[in-house]
Design a protein around this ligand. Structure first.
Ligand SMILES: *[C@@H]1O[C@H](CO)[C@@H](O)[C@H](O)[C@H]1NC(C)=O
Ligand SMILES: *[C@@H]1O[C@H](CO)[C@@H](O)[C@H](O)[C@H]1NC(C)=O
Length: 265
């Protein structure tokens, strides 16, 4: 681990009807530009959800209700060297033009970063993932995500995505040396999306929550399947449980056939 790190963080409320604002399209474009340009010294997360929330406007002290939040939480695994604003230029420029606050923070080491980072409390969720590929994240991807999170019945459901930037040396390494899905070597984000099940958000103790969530799970299959159009491969730790294409998505067809042959020896 490097001796120092830099953290970039920014929260963007997406729909703010009271202000007549909807940042979805432009802020997703910022994400796409970053994915194309960010050097591999940067890793971290972008998180998108359709949850409702509110905050107090610092100027007017008025409470602003919003729907949907995009969180940028990027880590540079290297000491501050002055290139940070330039490297994250699409986000920095956009934020300045909209007066959306953001911060860069120096961290002395990995623990200095990790000690304040908490996962949210346990929520029962049905997940589907894909490894987003360069060149496939664009206008159609935005339209798809908007439809799945912010249009029609989706608005009444709790849907959230975690985009994990792999960064580092993950694009290196030969494809032949391991059975890893080739999509890992080119991906720009491992995107895991999930739908919160039943009363998961109600605060009822986990073991008291209802388990009859078939309708929600069935509903989510369209999202799970459609997301594959923008990626190739799937992070095995957060897979789509009912993926009918699991051979292709987990291993890639060629690797799967080879692995099967070896298993049958
Ligand atoms: C981080 O630390 C460097 C000195 O090591 C300093 O020049 C820079 O301004 C700091 N950045 C922030 C955002 O505090
Ligand atoms: C949760 O379920 C247990 C066992 O059925 C029951 O004893 C307990 O009262 C329930 N708790 C709540 C908060 O509903």
């Amino acid at each position: 681990m490097p001796s120092q790190m830099v953290v970039f963080s920014m929260l963007v409320a997406i729909e703010m009807n009271v202000l007549g604002l909807n940042f979805f399209e432009e802020v997703l474009e910022v994400v796409e530009q970053l994915l194309e340009k960010m050097p591999p010294t940067w890793g971290g997360y972008w998180l998108l959800n359709n949850f409702p929330g509110s905050f107090e406007d610092p100027g007017s002290k008025i409470m602003i209700n919003y729907k949907g939040l995009l969180t940028f939480l990027f880590n540079k695994f290297a000491p501050w060297d002055g290139s940070e604003y330039k490297e994250l230029e699409p986000a920095v420029n956009w934020a300045r033009s909209k007066q959306v606050p953001f911060t860069f923070t120096n961290k002395t080491d990995f623990w200095d970063y990790e000690k304040d980072v908490n996962d949210p409390p346990i929520v029962r969720t049905y997940l589907a993932g894909t490894l987003l590929q360069p060149g496939r994240v664009g206008k159609e991807f935005r339209a798809f995500m908007r439809e799945q999170l912010f249009v029609g019945v989706a608005r009444d459901l709790w849907i959230g995505c975690t985009g994990i930037l792999l960064g580092g040396k993950t694009t290196e390494g030969s494809l032949e040396s391991t059975p890893l899905h080739p999509g890992y070597r080119s991906t720009v984000t491992s995107l895991s999306c999930g739908i919160a099940l039943a009363d998961a958000e109600s605060g009822a103790p986990l073991l008291n929550q209802t388990t009859g969530n078939n309708e929600l799970i069935e509903y989510f299959q369209t999202f799970a399947k459609g997301k594959r159009n923008f990626g190739s491969g799937m992070y095995l730790n957060e897979p789509w449980k009912d993926d009918p294409y699991w051979k292709e998505d987990f291993w890639g067809t060629e690797n799967y056939e080879r692995l099967l042959l070896i298993k049958r020896l």
